[in-house]
Design a protein around this ligand. Structure first.
Ligand code: 5GP
Ligand code: ZN
Length: 114
């Protein structure tokens, strides 16, 4: 995807503050953090959102979640963290490349939707 910001971040065309990388995924700090710790993890391949995931993506998504656990450990998030993936307009997805927000560093309470 030539016009996708996150594809450009993955291939280094747009600089980012890298947190973690493996063969299938890339994690970096959000440019506009919504919590003291705000990391995004994305698949290296372009996938639009959760809405288009298929059976062929099961290993990829599983790996991303194992990597989220690794990142949480490395970042010292013992007190907890929240994982969010916005999919589509009603969810407020602004970048149409699948990503998981990892939010932490403050008490976020029990509500999920503002
Ligand atoms: P969404 O609203 O699609 O769930 O989340 C997109 C996220 O990407 C937002 O939190 C936004 O701050 C972040 N973002 C957008 N452009 C860039 C960028 O160029 N670099 C980084 N590091 N984050 C970005
Ligand atoms: Zn992309």
């Amino acid at each position: 995807m030539t016009d996708c910001i996150f594809c450009k971040i993955v291939n280094g065309e747009i600089p980012s503050n890298k947190v973690f990388e493996d063969e299938v995924s890339y994690a970096f700090r959000d440019i506009n953090p919504q919590a003291p710790v705000h990391i995004l993890i994305v698949p290296k391949k372009h996938v639009e959102s959760c809405a288009v995931l298929g059976a062929e993506d099961e290993a990829l998504v599983g790996k991303i979640f194992t990597n989220i656990a690794k990142i949480a450990k490395d970042e010292g998030l013992e007190k907890g963290f929240r994982v969010i993936s916005n999919s589509g307009d009603d969810a407020g997805q602004t970048v149409h490349h699948l990503h998981f927000h990892i939010l932490a560093g403050k008490a976020m309470g029990e509500g999920l939707v503002p």
